[in-house]
Each structure stands twice: as C-alpha cells, then as structure tokens.
Design a protein around this ligand. Structure first.
Ligand SMILES: Nc1ncnc2c1ncn2[C@@H]1O[C@H](COP(=O)(O)OP(=O)(O)OP(=O)(O)O)[C@@H](O)[C@H]1O
Ligand SMILES: [Mg+2]
Length: 243
C-alpha cells in the first residue's frame, strides 16, 4: 500500500469514527445542560458539571478538526473582505486576549482587500493562528497583524498577505519543520490539527501558508491568498446572467 492509499483509508476511518462519536456526544451534551440547569450555582457539584461540559467541548473540537482535515468537500466560495474576517476571528477570542492582557496591533492596508473565499473556513484559519499565538504568549504579549497587497507577482496572480507576529515563546527549528504535520503538538492538551487543517484550507484557496521565527522573539505566521480578480469576475457574472 502506498502513502496516498494509506492516507485515504486513514481519512475514511477518522471520518467514520468522528461521525460515530458526534451523535452520542450530542446526547451527553444535552443531558449535561439539563443537569446544569437543575443545579444551583452555589452547589459544590456545579463544578463537576462545568468540568464535564468543558471536556465535551474539547472532544467536540477534536471531532470537528478531524472531520475538517479528512473531508474532501469543496469550499463554498464567495466575495469576502479580508479585514472583517480577521476582526471576526479576533472578536471570538476577545475574552482570552483580554484575560492575558495581550495587545493587538492591526495594520490593515486600505481600502479593504477582497478575496474569493469560504468565509467560515478562512475565519477558522485565522482563529487557529491567533489561538496558537495566545497560547504561546505570557501575559502582556503583543500580536501584530499586517495585511498588505503583495504586488510582486504579475497582475493576474496578485495576492494579499496576512502576517500574524507574536511575542511568544517561539520554537526551535525542529518544531518549525514539523508543526504543520497532522497530530504534531507540543501541548499537553493539544490535538495537533489546528495548523494541519489551516494549511489544507489555504491550499484549497490556492494560497500559501508559512511560519518563521522572528529576530527578537516569537513566531510570524503568513497566509497568502489570491485577491479577487475583477476581470474573471465580470465573466462569472455574465455567465450567471446568461449573457
Ligand atoms: N505561535 C506559536 N508559537 C510557538 N509555537 C507554536 C505557535 N503556533 C504553533 N506552534 C507549535 O506548533 C504545534 C502545532 O500547532 P497546532 O495548532 O497544529 O496544534 P496544537 O495547537 O498543539 O493543538 P490544536 O489541535 O488544539 O490546535 C503546537 O503544539 C506548537 O508547538
Ligand atoms: Mg492550535
């Protein structure tokens, strides 16, 4: 059996397992929520219920990541504003960022840059990168997000580059080489699928994703995505109008 065949089988197995886990987990989750509603906030048993719910969330995340990683469905492409996708990802992590007093510097090129993207997928990519940055930083770290149009290529290959620089603990060269592999994690409670899923999504968008060590401290993750091409768009629109 060659590597590709092994991967296909592994993919099917994980997808099947993930599906099988999802249903009973939804049941456990529903019952736990009922329990939670019945237990008074001051009841010492409350903390056990909270713990169960947290662990359910964790299993849910693993299952979702696995399904994302092994699925071969096509992304749903639509016109998307890159800055608002980053802002949305930041908003869902606002509490965590605030708790750790992490300063976020947004340096977005204006006017807004548009891409054709599956918005949920790309937001998830940004969420994974920012979550990792938060996890790598101590209190009072700084996350700098740079968005700029990459004019280097020829006009038809123009892309937007989004760079996330953190002031976290960074990593050694070995980690840097391995971190995009599925199930590679240096965290006690990490699944190691965040970056693997993210780079798969970016590839589906004909983009690129890289990580590099900063000169002083921390890492920078760069995502490059092709910008929306007005010319080909006009063609698509004409098609849709039946012209
Ligand atoms: N910003 C960062 N700074 C330092 N190390 C990082 C950073 N981002 C990723 N890593 C390293 O890459 C590894 C893989 O990251 P990835 O997001 O794929 O998995 P994870 O965070 O360990 O688990 P999860 O599946 O929950 O995301 C991490 O365990 C960590 O060692
Ligand atoms: Mg992660």
């Amino acid at each position: 059996m060659n590597e590709t065949e092994k991967f296909v089988i592994l993919g099917r197995m994980s997808a099947m397992l993930a599906h099988e886990i999802r249903n009973p987990l939804a049941g456990i989750s529903a019952v736990t929520q009922v329990l939670d509603g019945k237990i008074d906030r001051k009841d010492p048993r409350k903390k056990y219920v909270t713990l169960i719910m947290k662990e359910i969330d964790r299993v849910n995340k693993i299952v979702h990541d696995l399904l994302d990683y092994t699925r071969d469905s096509r992304p749903y492409f639509a016109k998307a504003d890159i800055s608002s996708l980053i802002d949305k990802a930041l908003a869902t992590l606002a509490e965590e960022l605030e708790r750790k007093r992490i300063q976020v510097d947004r340096k977005y090129e204006s006017p807004s840059l548009w891409i054709r993207a599956d918005q949920d997928d790309i937001e998830r990519v940004f969420n994974n990168i920012i979550t990792n940055a938060i996890e790598a930083m101590e209190e009072s770290g700084r996350l700098t997000i740079n968005v700029r149009r990459d004019r280097a290529g020829d006009e038809l290959l123009e892309s937007v580059e989004i760079a996330f620089a953190d002031t976290g603990r960074g990593c050694d060269l070995q980690d840097l080489a391995e971190m995009f592999s599925p199930f590679y994690s240096t965290k006690t409670r990490g699944t190691g699928l965040g970056l693997a899923v993210s780079s798969k999504v970016v590839e589906e968008h004909r983009g690129r994703m890289d990580a590099a060590r900063n000169k002083d401290r921390g890492l920078t993750f760069t995502v490059s995505l092709p910008v929306e091409q007005p010319r080909s768009d006009t063609n698509i629109d004409k098609h849709q109008q039946g012209a």
